[in-house]
Write a protein that binds this ligand. Structure first.
Ligand code: DQA
Length: 140
């Protein structure tokens, strides 16, 4: 079982970035914990602040893994290119958000990812990623 995690802009700052919204754990610490919890899963991880690099990662993993957890961060609300890319790859994409985007500003209520994604997990803090892993495992 292969699962790729792709994180978009500013998620490299988790731990210090707006801790009241995103918590105070770094993604690296969380990712270590996730890998230990699922020894049967081969994880791959990419974080990029650049839209085209996220598309490159989706194209690369989209024909090589069983599922992708994508937190496109701010690009969720702006990127036609990422939405189009998801439609063109084989692997199911689960859209992930740490915060409940629907309880925040109006511009965060729109997603170019959701119509192309298999499903959406939003608002459970970093645990949203574990729930995403569970959804891929239970679909197999
Ligand atoms: C986010 C929500 C987005 O609106 C925001 O731009 C982010 C993080 C989340 O995980 O809650 O950077 O995707």
């Amino acid at each position: 079982m292969k699962i790729a995690i792709i994180n978009g802009p500013n998620l490299n700052l988790l731990g210090t970035r707006e801790p009241g919204i995103y918590g105070n754990q770094t993604f690296d610490a969380y990712y270590d914990h996730l890998k230990k919890s699922y020894p049967q899963v081969e994880f791959q991880y990419v974080q990029s602040n650049i839209e085209g690099e996220i598309i490159d990662a989706l194209q690369k993993f989209g024909f090589a893994v069983d599922g992708i957890l994508l937190n496109a961060a701010a690009y969720t609300h702006t990127s036609v290119g990422i939405g189009d890319c998801i439609k063109g790859i084989d692997a199911p994409v689960i859209e992930i958000h740490i915060s409940n985007t629907f309880s925040r500003e109006d511009f965060r209520h729109r997603s170019y990812i959701t119509p192309a994604a298999k499903g959406l997990i939003v608002g459970f803090g970093l645990d949203s990623y574990r729930l995403g892993v569970e959804s891929i495992l239970s679909a197999k």
